[in-house]
Unconditional design. Structure first.
Length: 303
């Protein structure tokens, strides 16, 4: 059976610069089944889900649902719900958390509040989180079957081996790179990794470091910035998660000039190009084949 992930793998589609963009992630625990558009197609009040998504538009915040790996019974009425808020910019990466009596506690998150969260400012609901890295595995089979077929076994393996704070998540984008994973607090996304490799990623995150093998990019940046950040890491061997910052992006598709700065004052100019002349493939299972533009760093110059 051909799937979007097998087609992507067969064509050696690069992982770099394919992560969803979000400075801040708002993760709301919602047990039970999820539909393709989980915030409005689940046991969460659809009006609340729609309101959160509307408020997040343009704020730098991405809203997703989470649940524990395993069976997903509907009978969760009355139990407290875990929520996480994670900010991913270098030097300002953190995770905060809270327990809600019900998702309705989030109704005050209007557009202004979301904008504040996107800038890394938070209110009194959130408590500091100092536990293991958050490992979020996309498993929403209603969104794409590859996420269910490949993501659920990975989430179960990580949970069974006590690899970290493991959750299933409703959507990370890039189904064709399944199994897909987001690791917080730093916001690096990964694809096509097995359980052993993911455990290695989580071990490095505990040390404040990033593994670039299988990395799709840091969600803090748009795709050109993701490509540039990874290219500088490849050139220099820099593994410190917060050592590099994308400080400027000029140009427009298909060519950008991205400036990446190191906290030790070094800087690089990275030429990034978008190539649409690539073999067509489906972006997700059930979609027709279409070119999926590849964003690639083609030159790195020390400033």
């Amino acid at each position: 059976m051909s799937t979007c992930s097998t087609a992507s793998y067969a064509l050696a589609e690069p992982l770099a610069a394919t992560a969803a963009t979000a400075r801040t992630w708002l993760l709301v625990e919602q047990p039970g089944p999820w539909g393709a558009k989980a915030p409005t197609e689940s046991r969460l009040d659809p009006a609340l889900g729609a309101a959160l998504e509307r408020a997040a538009v343009g704020s730098g915040v991405r809203v997703a649902l989470i649940r524990r790996p395993g069976r997903h019974p509907d009978g969760a009425a009355g139990r407290l719900r875990r929520v996480y808020l994670a900010h991913t910019l270098p030097g300002r990466s953190w995770v905060r958390t809270g327990l809600l009596r019900g998702p309705g506690d989030l109704r005050d998150l209007d557009a202004a509040a979301m904008a504040a969260l996107g800038e890394g400012r938070h209110g009194g609901l959130w408590e500091p989180y100092d536990g293991d890295p958050l490992a979020l595995v996309c498993t929403n089979g209603r969104r794409d079957r590859c996420c269910a077929l490949l993501g659920r076994p990975l989430a179960a393996e990580l949970r069974a081996s006590d690899a970290g704070e493991v959750w299933e998540v409703s959507h990370l984008g890039g189904h064709r790179f399944a199994p897909t994973l987001l690791v917080l607090p730093y916001g690096h996304a990964y694809g096509r990794l097995g359980g052993h490799a993911v455990k290695g990623v989580l071990d490095e995150v505990r040390r404040g470091r990033v593994v670039t093998d299988g990395c799709r990019g840091r969600s803090s940046w748009e795709r050109p910035g993701q490509a540039a950040d990874l290219a500088v890491r490849e050139l220099t061997g820099e593994a410190d998660a917060d050592a590099l910052t994308v400080v400027g992006t000029g140009g427009a598709a298909p060519v950008w000039s991205v400036t990446v700065a190191h906290r030790d004052s070094r800087a690089w100019r990275v030429t990034v190009t978008e190539n649409s002349d690539v073999p067509p493939l489906p972006a997700s299972c059930g979609a027709g084949p279409a070119p999926q533009p590849r964003v690639t760093a083609t030159a790195v110059t020390r400033l």
